[in-house]
Design a protein around this ligand. Structure first.
Ligand code: SAM
Length: 221
């Protein structure tokens, strides 16, 4: 089965329940807590980089439960948030309605990022590329690049020895039923793809917690 369908099924079934807990505030195990903390640091870093979003159009590709889309809309951005999973989008809409009732700057839709259309000043894609091998990531970045006029913000899981070891001993991804395959990427590979598409990397951040490892990039043109 194609990677994308495996990922979609996962985020509509067991993955939905798991990530709803991680991206929530109920009690979780220590692996999930570490992912929650690391992910929140990623969101906070993006919000700090995008401090001038008032009135700007933002596409949040693979928006999950709206952890970034909702605060962006709160700060005055006009946000188009999409995700491949119907369940994630349904829960994101529920959270948005409760955090920002009747907000007309925030729209959620079910759509995989390969089929996104339109142009946005800023395109963001957080913690999605980890689900795909490099050949697919390259196509995805192609498509996202064509959607973004000014800025592109993304994360990927770094290919480091430590992360590989953790993965191998199964601490980070405990059991096929709990997660999909996790792909790590070399910074050089990701940055080369972006530079070939005309992007200039203007900021980088490494966000590591015990069980959360992300490299965050802000690119501009
Ligand atoms: C780990 S979650 C991250 C969610 C969100 N970006 C965040 O940081 O809060 C990964 C999300 O990517 C979505 N996703 C995976 N592959 C996708 C694709 N090809 N197109 C759109 N969304 C995708 C999943 O459904 C899931 O909601």
């Amino acid at each position: 089965m194609e990677e994308k369908f495996i990922v979609r099924n996962y985020f509509n079934e067991t993955g939905f329940e798991r990530w709803k807990r991680i991206y929530g505030d109920e009690a979780v195990n220590r692996v999930q807590y570490s992912i929650r903390v690391g992910h929140q640091r990623t969101v906070d870093q993006v919000l700090a980089w995008l401090s001038d979003v008032q009135g700007r159009t933002v596409c949040d590709a693979g928006c999950g439960l709206g952890s970034l889309s909702i605060p962006l809309a709160e700060r005055g951005a006009i946000v188009y948030a999409t995700d491949i999973s119907e369940k994630m989008v349904e829960e994101a809409r529920r959270r948005a309605e409760s955090a920002l009732p009747h907000c007309d700057r925030l729209r959620f839709e079910v759509c995989d990022l390969e089929n996104l259309s339109g142009r946005y000043e800023i395109v963001v894609c957080l913690d999605v590329l980890i689900h795909y091998p490099l050949t697919q990531v390259e196509k995805m970045l192609d498509h996202l690049s064509a959607r973004a006029t000014h800025r592109l913000v993304l994360t990927y899981a770094p290919k480091t020895l430590f992360f590989s070891l953790l993965k191998r001993i199964g601490q980070l991804f405990p059991g096929a039923s709990k997660t999909t395959r996790a792909y790590q990427h070399r910074s050089r590979d990701i940055e080369e793809i972006l530079v070939r598409r005309g992007w200039k990397i203007v900021n980088r951040a490494a966000i590591d917690d015990k069980f959360y490892f992300a490299r965050l990039i802000l690119a501009e043109r």
